[in-house]
Design a protein around this ligand. Structure first.
Ligand code: AMP
Ligand code: MG
Length: 409
């Protein structure tokens, strides 16, 4: 089955809103065995949307649209589909009632503009949207399918998971398709590709390699007539990847580094404190997102200046001798925060975010130290510009922390 996505909205064309619906759908479709052949981004323009729909209808078995289902004048997806299929658009009494109930539940008055969200054509079935006012449309005609979904990602994704995906699964009763994602940190995308590509010479299983903010992800997709066979293919390839990338793999599927670090701290009964400079609290904020309600994370300091570091317990003499952006500086930060907050483990992160050279050190240089009662560990990285250094340094710190925690009995 060949598919096309029409992403509709002038705001997307202007770059004001990033088209995340398309990337969401693009990641979902392979799991249903649907081949996405094209993605078209089109503004709220009747003529161009109509043209895009004509083209998509000629080329594809299934067309997914997102956007243009709102109540305003510029939202024209329904009208354009109706005109294209040469069908009449009428208000559905059931949809109107549902819409009125939706507004009543929110204690708001329904504007007369919203009534167009209750319109439908004979060949369409409404797809419920409990998160918004725009129901979707499911159309089957002349052996083609059109699925029209609302633009807001929160509504679209819910509709996809609860309604659209199950209907598609029923329609396409073909192979079982399973996927497994392995998450790595420490190797470049090109290097990962180089070491794993000999394992994936055929198209099945498929391997996708993606650069993400938390490292390089590898996604294995396997298809087979039986579920057990697909599971076996995934397991075999996963085992190979684990062998080759052992020390770089930190998680799978929905894992997050902060989630893993949080679980390890709780499991081992250890407490953590952090002191960071140029990351501006990103490490603390990330840890708080998972450990905010636990006693495992004692807290963190943002010490951008040397004065702040000294006030928080870093030795003046040490800064004079080594500079604060150094292995010694990071170590002193980790130990100082550990002592101040009475934690088992302290993390110190310092570096040069750029664009200027500081203390003779170039932008991209990062020092991370992890100190405990019995051991000290430090590492330095030289990340090439123009990476988002505060993000990558936070990921590097969490990755290093995970490794240290795993080595503690
Ligand atoms: P709609 O009323 O259905 O056209 O969409 C309403 C809002 O959803 C837009 O103003 C955007 O903020 C958001 N939106 C629409 N399309 C997308 C998309 N493809 N990706 C992310 N957000 C979108
Ligand atoms: Mg719109």
């Amino acid at each position: 089955m060949n598919a096309e996505v029409l992403s509709i909205g002038t705001e997307l064309l202007l770059g004001e809103v990033i088209d995340t619906n398309t990337s969401y759908l693009a990641a979902q479709l392979p799991l249903l065995g649907i081949n996405l052949h094209r993605v078209i981004l089109v503004g709220d323009n009747r003529e161009r949307l109509s043209e895009a729909l004509h083209q998509a209808w000629k080329r594809s078995d299934i067309i997914f649209t997102s956007g243009g289902l709102g109540p305003t004048e510029d939202d024209i997806t329904r009208e354009v589909i109706a005109e294209f299929l040469d069908e009449e658009l009428n208000v559905s009494p059931e949809l109107e009632q549902e819409l009125r109930l939706f507004f009543a539940r929110m204690g708001r008055e329904m504007s007369s503009h919203n009534i167009k969200q209750a319109t439908i054509i004979p060949s369409a079935r409404a797809i419920p949207n409990p998160r918004g006012t725009a129901p979707g449309w499911w159309i089957e005609k002349e052996k083609k399918i059109i699925v029209a979904m609302p633009g807001p990602p929160w509504e679209m994704q819910n509709m996809w998971v609860k309604e659209v995906m199950p209907r598609l699964q029923q329609k396409i009763q073909g192979d079982f398709i399973l996927s497994r994602t392995l998450k790595t940190f420490g190797l470049s995308e090109a290097r990962v590709n180089e070491v794993v590509s000999p394992l994936f010479v055929s198209a099945d299983p498929e391997l996708g390699i993606y650069a993400k903010p938390d490292g390089i992800h590898l996604r294995i997709i396997a298809r087979a007539a039986k579920r057990e066979v697909a599971e076996k293919i995934i397991a075999q390839h996963e085992a190979h990847l684990r062998e080759i990338l052992a020390k770089y793999i930190w998680g799978f599927d929905n894992d997050t580094l902060e989630g893993i670090v949080g679980e390890l701290l709780i499991e081992k009964g250890l407490t953590l404190a952090t002191m960071e400079s140029f990351t501006g609290g990103l490490l603390a904020s990330t840890l708080t997102s998972v450990l905010g309600n636990s006693s495992s994370y004692k807290g963190g300091f943002v010490a951008s200046s040397n004065e702040a570091k000294i006030t928080l317990g870093v030795d003046t003499q040490l800064i004079r001798q080594y500079g604060s952006i150094s292995t010694e500086g990071a170590e002193a930060m980790a130990m100082a925060v550990c002592q101040r907050l009475g934690a088992d483990i302290g993390v110190g992160v310092t570096g040069v975010a750029g664009p200027d050279i500081i203390e003779g050190k170039s932008p991209g240089l990062v020092y991370i130290a992890i100190c405990g009662d019995r051991e000290k560990w430090t590492g330095d990285w030289n990340f090439p510009p123009p990476l988002q250094l505060n993000n990558i340094a936070t990921v590097a710190a969490l990755f290093a922390l995970r490794q240290r925690l795993l080595s503690i009995n």
